[in-house]
Write a protein that binds this ligand. Structure first.
Ligand SMILES: [Zn+2]
Length: 113
């Protein structure tokens, strides 16, 4: 499962960071997830609590912020919200558009004790 491996890498990264900081406990993790990342947030939460069990990350609050995908037209330079990977520019109608953001999955911050 896709979300399971993501959850494992989040827990690994956070546990490593918490270890570096000599933390006793991780209270919260803030994630930023692009709407086109293909990640099921509910499923990620479920996997996260399973993976975090018996680690320093167990019980941490997972705050997920969804990022609205943003595209840019390479013909006219217009930036606009995209709902699909390939979208038409809403200004000039060109299909030469790039996805600037919306696929990311990143840890924005962690709160430790
Ligand atoms: Zn355009």
């Amino acid at each position: 499962m896709h979300e399971m491996s993501i959850a494992m890498s989040i827990v690994d990264a956070v546990a490593a960071k918490a270890g570096e900081e000599h933390a006793q406990k991780v209270n919260g993790i803030e994630l930023e997830v692009g709407k086109l990342s293909g990640v099921e947030i509910e499923s990620l939460r479920f996997c996260f609590s399973a993976v975090a069990k018996n680690t320093i990350v167990e019980g941490a609050d997972l705050a997920v912020r969804e990022v609205q995908p943003l595209g840019e037209c390479s013909e006219c330079g217009r930036r606009f919200p995209m709902s699909f990977h390939y979208a038409k520019c809403d200004s000039c109608g060109s299909f030469k558009t790039d996805l600037l953001s919306g696929r990311e999955l990143s840890i924005k911050s962690i709160t430790i004790e």
